[in-house]
Design a protein around this ligand. Sequence first.
Ligand SMILES: [Zn+2]
Length: 120
Amino acid sequence: MGRRLIDTAGLPDGWVTWEGPQWLEHFDRASTNGRRQSYIFDFTATPKVRAHADGSIDNDGRLRLVSDTGCPECGRPVVALFRRWHDEDRERIREDLAKRMRELGWHERHHRKLAAESRP
Ligand SMILES: [Zn+2]
């Protein structure tokens, strides 16, 4: 199965192996023109960043790894990195991620890729 990269625009090479501090630095860099809140990855192409069992990556709760949500249209699993700029709670994080996936045309994009690959 191919890797599906949808929400990785602006990420430099090497993000797959970044740990928490590198992601936090990147979110700061990416937030000079409006705050960058999340990156969303299909479950076939996820970053290797380590998180605690509750999903927190850093000890201050600024960055979370979210792995209990999916495509708002079909439920295909995703993994997201979420930068909590305003102490967003889990409910809010799920809402914001669903909103971003709708804005990105997430379902349309991963669905079309899958359909194209399954042609003979
Ligand atoms: Zn979908």
